[in-house]
Design a protein around this ligand. Structure first.
Ligand SMILES: Cc1cc2nc3c(=O)[nH]c(=O)nc-3n(C[C@H](O)[C@H](O)[C@H](O)COP(=O)(O)OP(=O)(O)OC[C@H]3O[C@@H](n4cnc5c(N)ncnc54)[C@H](O)[C@@H]3O)c2cc1C
Length: 386
């Protein structure tokens, strides 16, 4: 399905709205938020008021019912502008958690959570990773044990590296509910509210990049959950995770494309302004070729990621294709922002130059949402069999 000219024009206009929002609500505050280690809850409310959260959720649940390209544009544009902490945390909220609930939630869960997510009143998080289990999610140790008398579940365990880990109002958490079978058949997702007894947000983790994003540990101690808090089927949590991963990975790849293009934009501008040996850097052939190479990398990835978005819209995107997009775009992002920083010389290493932020923010893209090595596992299994 090729995008019509009308939709393309609407997306261009929508991106301008996002840029104007960023200028108004983010630009002057972002470096303060970086120092504080997170952006404030009020920004979520403003994002909601501006119609920039959960835009592809149906209108009956508070969204705009827009095609996926609009949701992707939000990640894309905030990444292009260098506000990767905002784009990443929005992606968790709007592109991951909201779709888990939309696709697997009961009517009651959808009605309870989605409208408040779209308005920015409630912020969502997802907690899979544990201190001893990241890539190998089958190794998670957090449990939800059923009390046969009350029918309620008691959750104990800890999670780490949780995005929106300080600001979240509720979290979708993966726990073991049957220890007698492999985790793939004994894991369940629960929706747990931050205010529930026994839920403790741990410390805000200090990272080498994404300084304005709150990433935290999370503890569950004797948390009581009833069966209405189960998301999807009992013991079928892995099925839900697997179903949602292509979307999560495409969102990360979209962010990578936006970030690459943004890094190239500021670099090209700098190359025209900065002089060496009597002429602008943009006149030196070796630099011109470097820019040509990096632009090629960015454009080729953009084309593939757009292709994946089209497939996602029609629910035809395979896990392997999403992994190819994530692997290729995030690896390219790493190379491109590194190459761009090099062209700034010593200034590229200075915090006041946005290219330094693009560089440190980019590093995690090859790690979270499944590492590059895990992407290669998925792709190679698809090609060569298990
Ligand atoms: C800033 C940030 C935000 C995050 N947000 C969230 C979040 O919101 N929710 C959440 O649940 N998690 C989140 N994560 C966790 C993230 O998804 C994990 O860090 C990631 O999946 C890797 O797991 P790990 O850190 O345990 O590394 P490990 O799994 O220990 O991997 C260590 C190394 O071994 C490699 N490796 C592992 N297995 C294999 C294999 N089979 N073959 C080849 N190589 C392999 C890995 O690729 C990696 O290089 C976040 C992480 C960060 C840094």
């Amino acid at each position: 399905m090729k995008q019509s000219t009308a939709i393309k024009e609407e997306i261009t206009l929508f991106k301008k709205t996002i840029e104007a929002f960023a200028k108004r609500e983010i630009e002057d505050y972002y470096s303060t938020w970086e120092k504080e280690g997170m952006f404030p809850k009020e920004l979520w409310k403003k994002l909601g008021d501006a119609g920039l959260l959960c835009v592809d959720i149906p209108e009956q649940y508070g969204g705009l019912g827009a095609p996926i390209h609009f949701s992707a544009s939000i990640i894309d544009e905030f990444s292009r502008l260098g506000y990767n902490a905002v784009s990443g945390n929005i992606a968790v909220h709007s592109d991951i958690v909201a779709h888990y609930i939309l696709n697997s939630g009961t009517e009651e869960q959808k009605a309870r959570y989605l409208p408040k997510m779209a308005s920015g009143e409630w912020i969502g998080a997802i907690a899979m990773t544990e201190p001893a289990a990241g890539s190998d999610l089958q190794g998670i140790k957090t449990t939800a044990i059923k009390n046969t008398l009350t029918g309620e579940y008691v959750i104990n365990g800890s999670k780490t590296f949780i995005s929106n880990g300080q600001n979240f109002d509720f979290v979708v958490v993966a726990v073991r509910t049957n220890l007698d079978v492999p985790a793939s058949r004994g894991t369940t997702l629960f929706i747990i509210d931050a205010e529930q007894n026994g839920v403790t947000k741990g410390k805000k983790l200090k990272k080498i990049g994404l300084h304005a994003a709150d990433t935290s540990e999370l503890f569950f101690e004797e948390v009581i959950a009833d069966s209405s808090q189960i998301l999807g089927e009992i013991n079928q949590g892995f099925m839900t995770l697997m179903r949602e991963l292509p979307r999560e990975r495409t969102a990360l790849a979209v962010g990578a494309c936006g970030a690459m293009e943004g890094a190239l934009e500021i670099t090209i501008q700098y190359l025209h302004e900065r002089e060496a040996f009597g002429k602008p850097l943009s006149q030196l052939q070796v630099i011109r070729h470097k820019v040509a190479e990096m632009t090629t990398e960015a454009k080729v990835n953009r084309a593939y990621v757009n292709h994946c978005l089209e497939l996602l819209e029609t629910q035809e995107l395979s896990p392997a294709d999403a992994s190819i997009a994530k692997l290729s775009a995030t690896e390219a992002q790493g190379k491109v922002v590194d190459g761009c920083l090099q062209l700034f010389g010593g200034y590229g290493y200075m915090e006041e130059y946005p290219i330094s932020r693009a560089y440190t923010d980019a590093r995690v893209q090859r790690i979270y949402g499944g590492t590059s090595e895990i992407m290669k596992e998925i792709i190679s299994k698809d090609i060569l069999g298990k």
